[in-house]
Design a protein around this ligand. Sequence first.
Ligand SMILES: [Zn+2]
Ligand SMILES: [Zn+2]
Ligand SMILES: [Zn+2]
Length: 151
Amino acid sequence: MCCEAQFLQRLRERGLRLTPQREMVLRALHEVDSHATAEEIYARVSVQSSAVDLSTVYRTVELLQDLRLLSTIERADGQRAYELIGVHGPHHHLQCRRCGRLSRIEPEAVQPLIETLRQRYGFAAEPDHLVIAGLCEACREREAQEAQSAA
Ligand SMILES: [Zn+2]
Ligand SMILES: [Zn+2]
Ligand SMILES: [Zn+2]
């Protein structure tokens, strides 16, 4: 696992150990292809072992977040979801306010915004995980159709 050495080192700095439970949560986070909630991580881990309960998963994701190994996102349903920074690399998201769909965009997509902030406000923005709310293409079409049929 790519993040294990980093996790181990940051745990050591705090005088903590890499317990089998913590390792299982880390492994499960590697298996998901996008942000997963604590319940989803728990569902994966519980197939392999009964030694991990949901509260252990919650504590471990909080710890990973503290150690700056996880990025988090709030889903449309209000649930928190987590993603390993080391696995998914730098990126941002577009989140549809209507259907909740979360899509991923490359960091270059916000480069013009970073330039504008530097030039106009003298601010050097260093966004590491932006979530931009709006309407996805499908929902934009749906809203346009609704507006038409309402007219
Ligand atoms: Zn990793
Ligand atoms: Zn993300
Ligand atoms: Zn949508």
